[in-house]
Design a protein around this ligand. Structure first.
Ligand SMILES: *Cc1c(COP(=O)(O)O)cnc(C)c1O
Length: 424
């Protein structure tokens, strides 16, 4: 469920009409709903029904300061994949003791920063990283809490580019190597080896692949314990999918989170470990829309192009993953309004700057506002300044209030990032 709905014929975010945001902030602009973020976090936590579960929100899904602050207040931790994300999580009020650091390519500088900051856990993905981290932590006089990310050789997800758990994917330590490396880690001076992690992909709506991966993990835990090694933590990653093409608004393909919670409780029963979770999309996805304005309607004999002011640099998912987003006119159409097929495109000089083809919408005219639904995850966080377009603005709504938690970049800021070489 989310808090974007028509009221008196105008699409609102909570109690704020979207045209008010467009007037104050301009377009394109991401709009996030606090109530939706809070609701998704609580639904996820409650559906797990695991009293001491630790929830590390995946910052890369949406690292907006306002979003992070909203989740921090609910007690969320953070799953991070760079020093920048760790710094941002801390700046948003998430204490280091609630931060985990994942990723295949952490640099020595990043590892030293993370150890120095005193974060809860580093999810190590290779033997080389384990050696590097041990040396860095020992050099700082620390033992860093670590889990090993295992590649269960089970991939899943809505698109090949977001599958991470397959044998051919770059993530994690092979199943066969996990026991040897774990025993090795137990003897390393800078490492406090605590357990294992897994994350097999994103936009997963079939629990069977997740369950198979978790069962493999549980198997390794038993193997390690049989060797006398202690295992106290399992980090089960993120990856739960959300409905993108469901109208009217629909709650996570009913009961998916509840079924996930029940499955996790079943697979981990009796293991006696602290469980961690890294949800991203399921928390932020439905909590955001991208608000854009129609610039032109270019009707040709065979196609009708709707040219809007948002582009693939603002929302790359359709170009990169062939992703589908529902598109809602901000002015509610009459129920019997005639629908026309539009190709919805942005201003960038690339054919991939296309959000949808043949999309049936009521007649739209220049100046009209539209909203891309379910754009709260992997939307603004993947935006860029391609074509020297200013970074897209982001707004957080709370009931009747709204604030630009990332104001639109200015041209001074955009151009000010470059430096002329001194030979000119
Ligand atoms: C991206 C990522 C997540 C979050 O995935 P979602 O599909 O957004 O839930 C969690 N853990 C790791 C290690 C990731 O890379």
């Amino acid at each position: 469920m989310h808090h974007f709905a028509y009221r008196d014929g105008i699409l609102h975010a909570e109690d704020v009409p979207l045209p008010a945001i467009a007037a104050a902030i301009g377009t394109p602009t991401y709009v996030y709903s606090s109530a939706t973020l809070e609701r998704h976090y609580r639904v996820f936590r409650d559906a797990l029904a695991i009293p001491d579960a630790r929830i590390f929100y995946a910052v890369k899904a949406n690292g907006n300061l306002g979003v992070l602050m909203t989740l921090a207040r609910l007690g969320a931790g953070a799953d991070t994949v760079s020093e920048g994300e760790i710094r941002k999580a801390i700046a948003a009020g998430i204490p280091p003791e609630r931060i985990v650091f994942s990723g295949v390519g952490k640099t020595a500088e990043e590892l030293a920063y993370a150890v120095g900051a005193g974060i809860h856990q580093i999810n190590v993905e290779s033997e080389g990283e384990l050696e590097a981290l041990s040396a860095i932590a020992a050099g700082l006089g620390r033992r860093q809490a670590v889990v090993l990310r295992v590649n269960p050789e089970i991939g899943a997800g809505g698109h090949a580019k977001i599958t991470t758990g397959g044998a051919a994917n770059k993530f994690g330590i092979s199943f066969a190597e996990a026991e040897r490396l774990y025993a090795h880690a137990a003897n390393m001076p800078g490492i406090a080896i605590e357990g294992l992690a897994v994350h097999i992909g994103s936009q997963i709506d079939e629990l069977s692949a997740l369950e198979a991966a978790f069962r493999r993990l549980a198997e390794i835990v038993r193997g390690l314990r049989a060797q006398g090694l202690a295992v106290t933590r399992l980090d089960l990653g993120g990856g739960l999918g959300i409905p993108y093409a469901m109208s009217p608004p629909y709650e996570h393909g009913p009961g998916l989170i509840e079924a996930y919670g029940a499955m996790v409780r079943d697979v981990t029963a009796g293991l006696d470990v602290e469980l961690g979770f890294e949800p991203g999309r399921i928390i932020a996805g439905n909590a955001g829309i991208l608000l854009a304005r129609v610039l032109y309607v270019n009707a040709r004999a065979d196609r009708r192009f709707l040219v809007i002011d948002a582009a693939m640099n603002d929302l790359v998912r359709p170009a990169m993953y062939d992703a589908y987003h529902e598109i809602w006119p901000v002015s509610e159409p009459e129920p019997d309004a005639v629908r026309l097929a539009y190709d919805i495109v942005g201003p960038i000089c690339e054919s991939s700057d296309t959000f949808a083809t043949g999309r049936e919408l009521p007649a739209l005219a220049p100046g009209d506002l539209i909203a891309f639904k379910t754009a709260g995850a992997y939307g603004a966080s993947m935006s860029s300044t391609y074509n020297q377009r200013r970074l897209v603005a982001e707004v957080l709504v709370k009931e009747r209030q709204f604030a630009a938690t990332r104001p639109r970049q200015t041209y001074e800021e955009l151009l000010g990032t470059d430096r002329a070489p001194d030979w000119f």
